[in-house]
Design a protein around this ligand. Structure first.
Ligand code: AMP
Ligand code: GLY
Length: 424
């Protein structure tokens, strides 16, 4: 079987890597892929933009691609699944209608309220004055969110009323384009975040191992928000009891609600949850895709062949499969970032030491890299995901750090405290 993977990050490298562990997979084509997917055996890159649906479908039909797996949210929200399905291709990832669960926070909030899914109290506004008077009435801290996709930058956790008002103005002044046509204002929740990614065929939904990521740039979870500086799985905060509640109170209710709206959702439903100090939980957000970097720590622990699960979702027979099997142990990933990220940074820096990191037992997923005349160079803010897999968190984290120590590029930065919550 030949598979096309859409995207160019560490998540897509991890998907391709996992698929290629199966003998069933003849070839993976990444669109557009990165330096890591360029050099993996049985893998190749196709240099098309992720929203060039026509180019992808022509290639897929001509080259006998059986299955398309979509990594990022942007092509899903633009209807890649609807388009490729209309050409007769099998696609893992929701249609444009289903992707609204991530692409519109107001839409997702309404779904959660209708389906009585536990979530933060919220209100939606279309103009600044009403939003500001609501914020004044509620008081700070309070959370201000642009409705649409904003590459993770549309959320402000405002400690003061002034910060909340500034965030409201920025959104309505068009800082996020049409993503800011609506503003969602939400109660500020405290606790620990956990990511529960689940696979669904639209009828059955099954969770993967829970993961936690570190969103802030600085050690101790301080400083600016990023796309994620590290992650680990399985997150012990999501106990079996909590996972059972999440299954019935969040995942099954969401799929039932989507179905009631005639949305046939086949792909990943990712619930971002806040677990309060008393153990109760609420949904912060839904994503319509695999998490990045959570995928890089979940897939190494997956024992069931990934393509079996994905095909079962696409063909709506997930309920017939035996339970998902997992390897024992834990995985952790540390992100090597370009100096300056999440602000300005340089690209094109030459990297060394990846073979040495792999020889030390780490798995190195490329996130922002490219091959430049046979040389691997940096090509993004988050450059590499150096991943350790072990019998426990101590081993997994030690292996990731042992690997990253041998890697160098000018300006490289990484956090030294990934996984501190799970190390005793
Ligand atoms: P979202 O894209 O909605 O998940 O928001 C991005 C990040 O903002 C989350 O991962 C949280 O760290 C934070 N956040 C979002 N909503 C809330 C909330 N209601 N209370 C506290 N923090 C939040
Ligand atoms: N790790 C957060 C996300 O994928 O949205």
């Amino acid at each position: 079987m030949k598979v096309l993977v859409v995207g160019n990050g560490g998540r897509e490298h991890a998907l391709a890597w996992k698929l290629l562990q199966s003998k069933q997979i003849e070839q993976v084509v990444c669109v557009p892929g990165n330096g890591g997917t360029a050099i993996m055996e049985r893998c190749q890159n196709l240099p098309l933009a992720v929203d060039n649906f026509e180019g992808m479908s022509q290639y897929a039909l001509k080259h006998g691609i059986t299955l398309v797996i979509v990594g990022p949210e942007v092509p899903l929200a633009k209807g890649i699944t609807d388009y490729l399905q209309s050409k007769g291709l099998m696609v893992f990832g929701p249609t444009r209608a289903g992707a609204q669960i991530e692409a519109s926070k107001a839409w997702a909030k309404a779904l959660m309220q209708e389906a009585r899914i536990p979530t933060a109290k919220a209100a939606v506004f279309t103009e600044a004055a009403a939003a500001k008077s609501y914020v004044k009435a509620q008081g700070a801290p309070i959370v201000v969110k642009a409705d649409g996709l904003a590459a993770g930058k549309g959320v402000t956790v405002a400690e003061t009323l002034e910060q909340a008002e500034m965030a409201i103005d920025a959104i309505f002044q068009g800082q996020f384009g049409s993503a800011g046509n609506f503003v969602v204002i939400e109660e500020c929740l405290v606790g620990q975040e956990v990511s529960v990614l689940a696979l669904t065929d639209g009828l059955t939904i099954r969770p993967l191992l829970p993961a936690q990521d570190h969103k802030r740039i600085g050690e101790g979870d301080t400083g600016e928000n990023t796309g994620g500086m590290g992650a680990y799985a399985p997150a012990p905060i999501a106990t079996p009891e909590l996972m059972a509640r999440i299954q019935t109170e969040v995942l099954e209710k969401t799929i039932a609600s989507l179905r009631s709206k005639n949305i046939d959702y086949r792909g990943v439903l990712y619930a971002g949850l806040m677990v309060a100090p008393d153990g109760d939980f609420k949904v912060l957000e839904f994503n319509c895709r695999f998490g990045d970097p959570e995928t890089q720590v979940i897939l190494p622990l997956l024992a069931t062949p990934l393509e079996e699960l994905i095909l079962a979702c696409v063909q709506q027979r997930l309920g017939e499969l035996p339970p998902i099997a997992w390897h024992r142990g834990a995985a952790a990933t540390v992100v090597a970032a370009s100096g300056g990220y999440p602000g300005e940074y340089e690209k094109g820096q030459v990297m060394t030491g990846i073979p040495e990191a792999e020889a030390a037992g780490a798995v190195v997923f490329h996130a922002g890299t490219k091959l430049n005349q046979q040389q691997l160079v940096t090509d993004g803010g988050r450059v590499l995901n150096v991943t350790g897999i072990g019998e426990n968190f101590e081993q997994a984290i030690a292996q990731a750090y042992a690997g990253i120590k041998s890697i160098h590029f000018p300006g490289m930065y990484y956090r030294r405290d990934i996984g501190y919550r799970v190390l005793s």
